[in-house]
Ligand binder design. Structure first.
Ligand SMILES: [Zn+2]
Length: 565
């Protein structure tokens, strides 16, 4: 059985996708899901993760549902699959009526089919029954880190994917991601109710990426970036934390007659698309200046550098973003211009979108008042009467539902379903969780500062954070170069590479990786924290508008980042 499935995978990869040989990681994950087992796959960008669901989708006889966070991402995949002659439909909120009817008709027909959709569409009352009737053979969650990092303050539907899975008839689940710490992995596994999954995890840092950090106060950033850019080969991406910084940096580069384009959430969609198209043209060697809104699913192999003009919101985000460089295997440079004041911007952004204890208190009071009146409000009326933003209300309700304190009936009415004392306890637990999230958000930001200020090899720092016990020095980062380890290391590093190719597959499902306490204590500590404390990360924030020019503050290093913990 195993050999025949394996040869079916190889044959499909060759015939349909023109891939001559699959990587062992890909084969292992394909076999797992084809044998009805859940799989969790964390492989760097450019590793061919999509193939892991695409090949089985061509072998099984029923639809494969693929959950994607972004419609743009879905559209790209749909186009790519169409080109290969793979039966595919994308079902999402932006379809025109006729397109939607056609897509749903196709889904109804069933059979071999890739169905691309969002978590919101999967559970919407209009489409959910159709997905359920399709009895999919496989449920794939692309960019699965969204479940953990975005779920809490961005998209509650991600939190409910475990329930959605049940309604779909409990098909095997394939969770794909490029970055996940051991804790995020546990969070994903718990939310999706993965059952003894096949776990395949590759190192979080690729050897062809050279890591450098320049500690630069805000005022000196542009000259520092300009100096770097002059010496770097294009195309490259410059990431800024705010839309204002994107406009300033791209404007200044443009005035210096450097070929540049820009991308952020405050631009018109048509302008954004045009900028992205220009950047993607193979012959054009542009610099893209963008917020973190740009880049997910960008498949451009020859990006030569990623420069962070401002610190990212977390090390996870950083690794995702630098993973877009050097996908052709040739060297890529990853430079972080770090100013401690950058972190204040993120702190501000995080506080804006996160449910607070005060929100919860208001919601508790409103729920109790409705109950006393023996009436059951909908989520919208509840949000209105509690004076809590609808999205935040929705997130808190999801948590209370998960805890069994409230229930929502078919027409969306919400009611407390436990005695008053138990309800109070449920709320108290949630208060503790919200406080932990807040603390964790700060901790993640401190970690960026730790990364910037650390004396150890940058690659070791990153790989240990993502759960490796004894990662080797890279020999190419600024720290290694300063210590001149590059030359002595080159040979063992090649050996390491071949070892990786042969045996990167570890089943760590039932054996959480122990952490070696490193110089940065935060990392080792974090991995022992209970799963429930996993923190939400701010979603890409296209609308961020905090001015970047915080130069005057940079000397006043915020003491909170240095708080002993
Ligand atoms: Zn190094």
């Amino acid at each position: 059985m195993k050999t025949s499935l394996l040869s079916a995978c190889r044959e499909t990869a060759r015939r349909t996708f023109r891939i001559q040989s699959l990587r062992p990681e890909q084969e292992s994950a394909m076999l797992a899901v084809l044998n009805g087992r859940d799989a969790f796959v964390s492989l760097p960008t450019g590793f061919g993760k999509s193939l892991i669901y695409q090949v089985p989708a061509m072998i099984v006889e029923r639809p494969t549902i693929v959950i994607s966070p972004l419609i743009a991402l879905m559209t790209d995949q749909e186009r790519a699959l169409n080109k290969r002659g793979v039966p595919v439909v994308a079902i999402h909120s932006r379809l025109r009526a006729a397109e939607r009817r056609a897509a749903l008709e196709r889904l109804k027909k069933g059979g071999r089919l890739v169905v691309l959709t969002t978590p919101e569409t999967l559970e919407s009352t209009a489409t959910a029954p159709l997905f359920e009737r399709a009895r999919p053979a496989l449920l794939c969650i692309d960019e699965a880190h969204c479940i953990s990092e975005w779920g809490h303050d961005f998209r509650p539907s991600y939190l409910r994917l475990g329930n959605a899975r049940k309604r779909l008839g409990n098909p095997p689940v394939l969770a794909l991601t490029a970055t996940a710490t051991p804790r995020v992995r546990e969070d994903i596994a718990e939310r999706l109710r993965l059952d003894n999954p096949r776990v395949i995890v590759a190192p979080a840092h690729r050897e062809n990426l050279g890591l450098t950090v320049d500690v630069v106060p805000g005022a000196a950033k542009f000259p520092a970036a300009a100096r770097r850019i002059k010496r770097l080969q294009r195309p490259g991406i410059i990431y800024c934390a705010t839309t204002t910084a994107v406009d300033e940096v791209s404007g200044a580069l443009g005035r210096a007659r450097i070929p540049v384009t820009r991308y952020h959430g405050k631009m018109r969609a048509a302008d954004r698309d045009a900028a992205q198209r220009q950047f993607m043209i193979p012959s054009r060697r542009l610099i893209m200046v963008a917020t973190t809104a740009f880049g997910m699913g960008i498949d451009k192999p020859n990006i030569r550098y990623i420069l962070h003009y401002q610190a990212p919101g977390s090390l996870e985000q950083y690794v995702q973003e630098i993973g877009r460089a050097g996908r052709d295997g040739r060297p890529g440079q990853c430079i972080l211009l770090f100013d401690p004041a950058d972190l204040e911007i993120h702190e501000h952004l995080q506080a804006q979108g996160r449910p607070s204890v005060r929100h919860l208190e208001r919601l508790e009071a409103a729920l109790t008042a409705w109950k006393d009146e023996k009436r059951a409000p909908t989520a919208d009326t509840l949000a209105y009467s509690a004076g809590v933003p609808a999205r935040i209300c929705e997130v808190l309700l999801s948590d209370l539902e998960e805890a069994g304190s409230v229930e929502r009936d078919k027409d969306g009415s919400i009611a407390i379903v436990v005695p008053p004392e138990a309800f109070k306890t449920g709320v108290r637990d949630l208060v503790a969780k919200l406080k932990t999230f807040r603390y964790e958000g700060e901790r993640r930001l401190r970690l960026i500062a730790d990364y910037a200020n650390s004396d150890e090899c940058r690659s070791v720092f990153i790989r240990r954070y993502f759960g490796e016990d004894y990662p080797p020095r890279c020999g190419t980062c600024d720290r290694c170069r300063a210590d001149r380890v590059g030359i002595e290391q080159s040979e063992p590093s090649q050996r390491r590479h071949s070892r990786l190719r042969r045996k990167p597959i570890e089943n760590r499902a039932d054996q959480p990786s122990p952490q070696v306490p490193g110089p940065s204590g935060t990392i080792a500590r974090s991995s022992r924290r209970p799963v429930a404390e996993i923190v939400p990360q701010r979603p890409p924030q296209p609308t961020a508008s905090t001015p970047p020019g915080r130069t005057a503050r940079s000397k006043r290093r915020p003491s909170k980042w240095r708080r002993p913990s």
